[in-house]
Write a protein of this length. Structure first.
Lengths: 389, 396
């Protein structure tokens, strides 16, 4: 796997050979700092030195921004680029219809299944030369997916984990000398901070505001540089190193590790990294297992024996039951089981049945509200079922 | 009569579905037990979905079912069976977020597809792409203005649905994974922990610091812009809030239904009625209101500068569970109130009716000096009362 790096102004291109570089114009990319002139010059230089050069267009755009982006895009010397990296579906569609370049589809958001990825590849036909997957894909999920894809796949090898992206300018608000809206829309607008909340155990969330909005990152960085063999075996073809927030010293260690992986090399990276390094969801993604604890499943309606729900309990006097099953009638003498919210089951034989006016009834149906004799241990919201035992 | 947009209300449960429909929703959206974004909401069992669709259709309303989590391969395995059910019970559309779900829907049923706001469809080209993949309607991102919505609708030739009311993500929808990494709950599969509402201390690189809820958005409120929604040709106006209670579902639906009715014969809302709608909107629990990006990019004024708290002018005292005309209404109590309190009954149409709870009796006619949530009490008859009417009480 060859690494892919971001081409920042501080990169000395001559020191690299046959490297893939991402060029980020400020106008088109979330964390780009290059104006048009620098975009064209840097990409031209990288291309001339034999590197692969990719244009990053990863911002999300409302229509006004989209029009501005296209106007800018048309001024870029596209011959310098081997591919365009796109994320907004609008940008994908526009590039497919208005350019001849290969595309790298950034599928890091909202693409977690094979049918969807296949559909994107079908849409792009032969124009899609790479897809970029979310680091929420676990190793086992990747090993099932990748053999089915006929397209090179890029994955983040090391870098910041983006948690939050908004077009609103949120950091400026807290400053004593605020910038104007006009200034915030400039190429040079770049405001960094760190945030923490008493309501979160995590401290020091890196925060950034630039012309495209505000971003929050996880305080820990993603790093799979101790799993390079795994990644290669599973079918990852391209490994992105996010060097934009990395010291030169650390970058050198990272590149050495990619070239010649070793446990020692990984430990050196850990020692030199300012942030804690994590593997995120790579080993396993169980981010849905807590869902079943978010609500009380005991009071959910379950099967065809369902009759309704207890609305009121008056000790030793009555239960009020809201009938909720239009297919079932409740009759005098029926045997019911009542499942309480705290997990108990109580049984009741209907000895009397009345409507809300106190009139005796022999049967009730539809959405009737009825009152029946009391049984102990039953609480409001208990589910009522016919008991055929 | 002018063409008016559909009013689409949230239905977090079967009860809320019925309330929203009866208070004037042209359509409701709800979720099953899986595949959606509100796993903590009651949501619907299959039987409840069947009943909810039948109820809505009987009252002339449509039902859209959300499948808008970013579904993983393993989630898709059981989706076809659910789709067959949705088609069988004649659900009017499904709301989806990703291409894999769209492909699965297309392969398994003929239910119309609406693209969820989770997909952050923000521009004409994006709408064209989703249309080419099978979406009949796009629920636009909350960053889209009404003028852009009009342009998208016209140039992409697709139905557009635009949020008009409710809570807003500060992030581009679908582009927030704070809960995933800090709490192990996938925010894009229903586990959002609302970390954006927390108060944060911020240390700036220039040495300054501040403390604020800087990532918390005010709530969207667009009733004053409703004539512009109509003029823009928006096909559906959407109210957020499947997690919210019946008071919210009923009140917000009623306000927008009333306002839309007014616009069937007029180009604008009268100052008097606008003042009334505004005052009614204030009666529901809410954060400060903002028009978000409806008229232009949301600015500083869209940030909610307070910690989350439960401040409200009114609360729902209960829901009319039954009645004996000219004798009493039977109220299912949701929040406690006292005998003698002044209450308001919200009819499905028309202004609220104040009445005094000077008699509060339980089923066996014992007087209840103070009610408690989860009991049924008889209150004096209020002319025009119907089952599922809301009764509320002013708190301050």
């Amino acid at each position: 796997m060859s690494p892919i790096l971001y081409l920042t102004e501080s990169i000395e291109l001559e020191k690299f050979s046959n490297t893939d570089f991402i060029v980020e114009p400020s106008m088109l990319s979330r964390f780009g700092k290059l104006d048009l002139d620098k975009t064209n010059k840097l990409s031209q230089k990288a291309k001339a030195l034999g590197h692969k050069v990719y244009l990053e267009w990863d911002i999300l755009m409302v229509e006004k921004d989209f029009v501005q982006a296209i106007n800018f895009f048309k001024k870029i010397e596209l011959d310098n680029f081997d591919a365009i990296r796109v994320q907004d579906p609008g940008a994908i569609n526009w590039c497919l219809e208005n350019t001849n370049h290969n595309l790298h589809l950034n599928l890091e958001t909202g693409n977690h299944n094979f049918p969807g990825i296949k559909s994107w590849l079908d849409k792009g036909k032969n124009r899609i030369s790479r897809i970029i997957l979310s680091i929420e894909w676990s190793k086992s999920q990747l090993s099932e997916l990748l053999p089915k894809l006929e397209c090179p796949v890029e994955f983040l090898g090391m870098g910041r984990i983006l948690l939050f992206y908004t077009p609103r300018f949120l950091l400026n608000i807290g400053l004593s000398n605020r910038e104007s809206t006009l200034e915030m829309g400039n190429t040079n607008h770049w405001l960094e901070a760190a945030g923490q909340s008493e309501e979160s155990p995590h401290k020091g969330f890196p925060l950034l505001e630039n012309r495209h909005g505000t971003y929050m990152f996880l305080p820990s960085d993603h790093c799979l540089l101790d799993h390079l063999k795994d990644l290669s075996e599973v079918g990852i073809s391209n490994l992105r190193i996010d060097n934009r927030f990395m010291s030169d010293e650390l970058l050198n260690l990272v590149l050495e590790q990619v070239k010649t992986p070793s446990e020692e090399g990984y430990l050196k990276i850990k020692e030199n990294s300012e942030s804690r390094l994590i593997r995120g969801f790579y080993n396993t993604n169980k981010s849905d297992v807590l869902f079943k604890k978010l609500k009380n499943h005991r009071i959910q309606r379950r099967d065809e024996n369902y009759l309704g729900q207890v609305l009121d309990v008056n000790k030793k006097n009555y239960l009020a039951i809201k009938l909720k099953n239009p297919k079932k009638n409740l009759e005098l003498g029926d045997q019911l089981s009542l499942q309480t919210p705290d997990g108990k089951t109580k049984y009741l034989t209907v000895n009397w049945l009345k409507d809300c006016a106190g009139n005796d009834k022999k049967t009730a149906s539809g959405e009737d509200l009825v009152f029946v004799n009391h049984v102990g241990g039953v609480s409001v919201r208990a589910s009522v079922y016919f008991s055929y035992e | 009569m002018r063409t008016r947009p559909e009013l689409l209300s949230p239905a977090g449960s079967l009860d809320k579905l019925k309330i929203a429909v009866l208070y004037g929703a042209d359509a409701v959206y709800c979720g099953g037990q899986k595949f959606g974004l509100r796993m903590a909401s009651d949501n619907f069992t299959n039987e409840e979905l069947r009943e909810g669709v039948a109820f809505a259709h009987a009252h002339g309303s449509k039902v859209y079912v959300v499948l808008n989590g970013f579904l993983h391969d393993e989630d898709l395995v059981s989706l076809p069976e659910f789709l067959h059910l949705l088609e069988a019970i004649k659900v009017d559309a499904v709301i989806v977020s990703d291409l894999g779900t769209i492909e699965t829907v297309k392969a398994n049923c003929n239910v119309p597809i609406h693209l969820s706001t989770q997909a952050s469809c923000l521009n004409v080209e994006s709408a064209k792409l989703w249309k080419s993949k099978g979406a009949e309607r796009v629920v636009l991102g909350r960053e889209v203005s009404l003028s852009d919505a009009k342009e998208i609708r016209e140039k992409a030739e697709i139905e557009v649905e635009v949020f008009i009311h409710g809570s807003m993500c500060m992030a581009y929808s679908g582009n927030c994974t704070i809960s995933n990494y800090t709490q192990g709950r996938d925010s894009n599969r229903g586990g959002c922990a609302h970390s954006c509402r927390f108060e944060y201390s911020i240390d700036y690189s220039n040495g300054e610091n501040s403390k604020s809820t800087f990532m918390s958005s005010k709530d969207l409120e667009g009733v004053a812009l409703l004539p512009q929604f109509v003029a823009a040709g928006v096909d559906s106006i959407k109210v957020e809030g499947r997690m919210k209670g019946p008071h919210y579902a009923g009140t917000i639906t009623k306000i927008y239904a009333d306002a839309l009715r007014e616009l069937e014969t007029k180009d604008s809302l009268s100052p008097e009625s606008l003042a009334y709608y505004d005052s009614e909107l204030l009666k529901v629990t809410h954060r400060d209101y903002s028009t978000g990006s409806l008229s232009g990019a949301a600015g500083d004024e869209s940030v909610y500068s307070e910690r989350e708290h439960d401040e409200k002018e009114y609360e729902v005292s209960g829901v009319v569970a039954d009645f004996v005309r000219d004798e009493f209404i039977l109220l299912e109590v949701r929040h406690a109130f006292y005998i003698g309190d002044e209450l308001e009954l919200m009819p499905f149409k028309g202004r609220s009716q104040k009445f005094k709870a000077d008699s509060v009796l339980n089923f066996i006619n014992e007087t209840r000096e103070k009610t408690k949530p989860g009991e049924l009490v008889k209150l004096p008859w209020v002319p025009g009362a119907e089952k599922l009417n809301l009764v509320r009480r002013r708190l301050c």
